[in-house]
Write a protein that binds this ligand. Sequence first.
Ligand code: RP5
Length: 155
Amino acid sequence: MSHHGPVAETSVEAEFEGLEVDAPQVGIVMGSKSDLPAMEAAAEELKQRGIHHEVRVMSAHREPDTVADYAKNAQLRGLRVIIAGAGLSAALPGVVAAHTALPVIGVPLTSSKSVAGGLDALLSIAQMPPGVPVACVGVDNARNAAVLAARILDA
Ligand code: RP5
């Protein structure tokens, strides 16, 4: 519209530029605060690569509605990859993948109650049914999830 002056256009542009710069591209989620020490390696790797990310704690078993809402809104919010870490019967990555079309990278974690050195979580994350994939990195290897996320973002 011709009555929109250049000043207004400039400020709108600046607003959008700001959004693009600050918006997280990767969401890092985990099932418990106790997962944070292991999952921080993913955040650190993304930080070193200058990839904006956010970190959230939410449990697929204890807060199923929160997880569903987060996953359903992720794409609209500008996220492009989700990294999900969980231990034990690690449902979080699979549940997130069930609610979003974004690529999900699962990180099987050990915890104080793990059996078989985290094999419980590894199988829970890797053994997704056909049609609902979760990319699964090694046990406690959150850094690899971040490296894979970076490769997906460059693709
Ligand atoms: C999972 O159970 C979490 O991802 C964590 O790895 C494990 C233990 O959780 P807390 O009992 O420490 O909260 O849901």
